[in-house]
Write a new protein. Structure first.
Length: 341
């Protein structure tokens, strides 16, 4: 239909009749690359306490992918001055999981790879520094542009190993300084522990995770989704309790700063027809999770008051703040209750 994953949301009942998942966006199947639409979204977000949009940013086959929402929608919105933004490089492979006709086959065919070599890496970094970091609305901490990287194993494999990746990331920091910034806030996406990399011996240190992050040169961390590090086929309050423990565990052993993360939910059955499901993730319970995150931030006054949320519009994973037919504006009201009242 040419409307991206909205088609997956719109047609789920046709593909899986009587399936329990039946959600609809109150704003309709909007085109977020339209600056008028994005202006409405910025207004709603800002009025409910959301003041930074983190854009999933993609690069495949030597060129940017799905950049139009950022370039044509967000950056051209007449009220863009109300919202900061930064990039999370979603450098994962693209599999046929996103094609609902093939998702259940589990072939895991790689359509596009997220791996890049050093030449491609430098091209990406220089482009983002010039095009985005220098934009007045780009989010910075202590003057340093924040840049988040999603898939560290992909990065390491593409660049050729730990040593090569460390060198590339150091080059990126220096290039950012040469552009006039005091440095780069390089943010790692935390997952479960995975330290089986050539060039890094996790057995020779009492805190392998911390050493790994230090060697690569990341200066801060957050999570992208609860599903990446804990069992989400559970009641939401139980999931949040485990997540909170993970925040403080990371805080106790890592030298870099950790910014707490809260996921709205998880259920990717619109894509696949089956999924682990977060249960009882009501706006009320989501609000309680946000209060825990706010307490963490209040206990770390030396850090930026940053809390990341998944997500603004991740409908096919059932983790979104946008208003829907089930909870109305409930999730946005939860953010407002915690941060604006």
């Amino acid at each position: 239909m040419g409307i991206g994953e909205w088609e997956t949301v719109m047609t789920i009942q046709n593909r899986y009749p009587n399936h329990y998942w039946n959600r609809k966006p109150l704003w309709g199947y909007i085109n977020e690359a339209d600056p008028t639409v994005m202006s409405m979204e910025i207004e709603a977000a800002a009025n409910h306490g959301v003041n930074v949009f983190i854009f999933d940013w993609y690069w495949y086959d030597g060129r940017p992918f799905m950049e139009t929402t950022l370039d044509n929608g967000f950056l051209k919105a007449d009220n863009v001055s109300k919202m900061k933004f930064y990039l999370m490089w979603a450098n994962h492979d693209v599999l046929n999981l996103w094609d609902t006709r093939l998702a259940r086959i589990n072939e895991n065919n790689v359509i596009w790879t997220g791996k890049v070599d050093r030449q491609e890496f430098e091209k990406i970094c220089k482009r983002n520094i010039e095009k985005y970091f220098k934009h007045p609305q780009y989010y910075k901490i202590d003057g340093k542009p924040v840049f988040m990287i999603y898939d560290i194993p992909q990065l390491i494999t593409g660049l050729g190993g730990i040593k090569e990746t460390t060198d590339a990331l150091n080059w990126f920091k220096q290039e950012t300084k040469r552009a006039g910034f005091p440095g780069l806030e390089l943010q790692i996406t935390m997952w479960g522990v995975n330290l089986n990399y050539s060039g890094f011996d996790a057995g020779k240190t009492t805190s392998p995770e911390n050493e790994f992050v230090k060697i690569l040169g990341f200066t801060s961390a957050t999570h992208y989704q609860f599903v990446h590090f804990t069992n989400v086929d559970d009641e939401y309050p139980n999931i949040v309790d485990r997540a909170e423990k993970e925040w403080y565990r990371i805080d106790s052993i890592f030298d870099c700063k950790y910014y707490p993360h809260v996921s709205v939910g998880w259920d990717n059955s619109p894509r696949t027809g089956h999924s682990a499901v977060m249960r009882n993730n009501t706006p009320e319970n989501f609000e309680k999770a946000l209060r825990k995150a706010r307490d963490f931030v209040d206990n770390h006054p030396w850090q930026a008051p940053l809390i990341t949320i998944n997500s603004w519009n991740e409908w096919t994973e059932t983790s979104y703040l946008m208003p829907c037919n089930v909870y109305g504006y409930g999730y946005l009201e939860a953010v407002k209750n915690v941060f604006m009242k």
